[in-house]
Design a protein around this ligand. Structure first.
Ligand SMILES: Cc1cc2nc3c(=O)[nH]c(=O)nc-3n(C[C@H](O)[C@H](O)[C@H](O)COP(=O)(O)OP(=O)(O)OC[C@H]3O[C@@H](n4cnc5c(N)ncnc54)[C@H](O)[C@@H]3O)c2cc1C
Length: 472
């Protein structure tokens, strides 16, 4: 049965006391920001943006060459962007799932799967070696059938996983119930070895600490407002200073980009989450969830959810909202209608949570591109590199994205830079108003397909035919 299209008044009321600060950032452990950039600096490599991509870029650059002078410029604070706002699902997938990878990069997918596994393992190893306390846990990925047509979709996904020798187990409703109990579950697909759950902000703060320890010069509160060529290098300007850098790595994700060309490839799509208070023992017992899985349902407009270390449920997704004209800003971080719908859907999923408080409600922007997986490039004669387009699956892929970007700005011919995925670009989005109309049409078509037994209507079929389709 599809999820409710409207929240009840009760679901709206349950948000009254929810904090608007993302759960992960709402702690006294958040490190105080560094001083902003002032005056004129020089460096070998300047990284713009200190989310996961920028932090990994700075860290990997320093680890490879401790003598390299690296400056990291962050407009706000470390992890203030998507990095501190996500569900904390750290996936091995570099292609936003197997099905998307298969439809776009089938020839090199075995290599991409191998690189993705190595990337996830490297993040785990860094967490251990750097002693980052971030609730890092390897977990199973459990994709749930919540509508009858999902059962066949999951069987198809299991068959595809088998073709790539991935361990994926089809579960019937009783087998799902052994792991987690919901009246909505009709079956599941359990995937092993491809996921870790993490507290994303603590991971980012651990990477921040590691960068500082290695001598990265971090300037928070330093938005880069201009980027120009300067002799053989580049000059970056902030409100109170400037940096001349031999090379620049852009890690600004869904934020308005410094490079104009990125505007046609990336649209900010807003995704929202809620978190409950820690679940009382009797509620947890009724749900029967030990919390060793990251959960998501198999709808086009899907929910993703997981338990935290202190046994809250973080529940997000479903509505993905585009605001015309690449709408962006802190004023979009709250969307009460979507938050109330998430409360409603959480209660439909787990009726036992009906009386549990909702502690946090927040949103963030996803750097959506038309191939739903990252892309890279260089500008200004190779002096500037960029990566963007993770489309909501960048917690893990951002480390890979950073490694590729470093190879590109350093002009290295490597296994990574030779990948077709790295050498190709997504199709650009059309300008407004066609852009907004197309995204609205797609969202409505997804909703209709979810409510009509998964049948993809003419618009989704057209997108599939031109290579713009996405089937979660
Ligand atoms: C609600 C939500 C849920 C998500 N859930 C998941 C999930 O469970 N799993 C998953 O894999 N992915 C998830 N994602 C996506 C994931 O969070 C991102 O892909 C990832 O964090 C991207 O990291 P980043 O460093 O590229 O971007 P960001 O974290 O957005 O960092 C970009 C940084 O650049 C800075 N910046 C921008 N412009 C400038 C400038 N001009 N000058 C200086 N600084 C600048 C910003 O202030 C920001 O700190 C989710 C995203 C959202 C919003």
């Amino acid at each position: 049965m599809p999820y409710a299209a409207e929240p009840t008044r009760r679901s709206v009321e349950r948000l009254t006391d929810a904090s608007a600060v993302p759960l992960w950032l709402d702690t006294a452990d958040r490190p105080a920001p560094t001083a902003p950039l002032g005056g004129t600096e020089q460096c070998d490599l300047a990284v713009v943006g200190a989310g996961f991509t920028g932090l990994w870029t700075a860290l990997l650059a320093k680890q490879a060459d401790p003598q390299r002078d690296v400056v990291l410029l962050e407009g706000s604070r470390v992890a203030q962007g998507a990095t501190g706002r996500n569900g904390g699902f750290c996936s091995a997938s570099l292609t936003h799932g197997l099905s998307n990878g298969h439809s776009r990069f089938a020839d090199e997918l075995p290599q991409l799967l191998h690189l993705g596994e190595a990337n996830l393992a490297a993040i785990g190893a860094a967490v251990a070696e750097l002693g980052i306390d971030c609730d890092w846990r390897l977990a199973d990925d459990l994709l749930l059938a919540t509508d009858p047509h999902h059962v066949a979709d999951l069987a198809e996904a299991a068959e595809l996983a088998g073709r790539y020798d991935l361990s994926a187990e089809l579960l019937d409703a009783d087998q799902v119930r052994e792991r987690v109990v919901s009246p909505r579950y009709l079956g599941g697909l359990l995937e092993h070895d491809g996921l870790a759950l993490v507290d994303p902000a603590r991971l980012a703060w651990g990477l921040r600490r590691a960068c500082l320890d290695l001598g990265v010069r971090l300037f928070e509160g330093s938005p880069v407002t201009g980027m120009t060529t300067d002799g053989a290098g580049m000059r970056l300007t902030t409100p109170a200073g400037s940096v001349r850098a031999r090379r620049v790595a852009l890690a600004s994700n869904a934020f308005p980009p410094l490079l104009k060309r990125l505007r046609s490839y990336v649209v900010p799509v807003w995704d929202y989450c809620i978190a409950t208070e820690p679940l009382p023992a009797d509620v947890l017992a009724e749900i029967g969830w030990a919390g060793d899985e990251g959960l998501a349902d198999a709808s086009n407009q899907f929910h993703y959810y997981r338990l935290t270390a202190d046994r809250r449920i973080v529940f997000g997704g479903y509505d993905a909202v585009y605001y015309r004209g690449n709408g962006f800003g802190a004023h979009l971080e709250q969307r009460p209608a979507t938050a109330a719908l998430l409360v409603e859907h959480l209660t439909q999923t787990f009726p036992a949570t009906a009386e549990v408080g909702i502690s946090h409600s927040w949103g963030g922007a996803i750097d959506t591109c038309s191939r739903f997986s990252p892309f890279w490039g260089t500008a200004s004669g190779g002096r500037v590199g960029y990566v963007a387009g993770y489309t909501g699956l960048g917690v893990g892929a951002s480390r890979f994205g950073a490694a590729v970007m470093l190879d590109l700005v350093d002009g290295r011919d490597s296994e990574l830079t030779r990948l077709a995925m790295v050498r190709s670009k997504p199709l650009p989005f059309p300008p407004e108003p066609v852009r907004g109309i197309g995204i609205d049409l797609t969202r409505r078509a997804f909703d209709r397909a979810d409510r009509e037994g998964g049948r993809r209507g003419p618009w989704l079929k057209l997108l599939d035919a031109v290579g713009l389709g996405f089937d979660s």
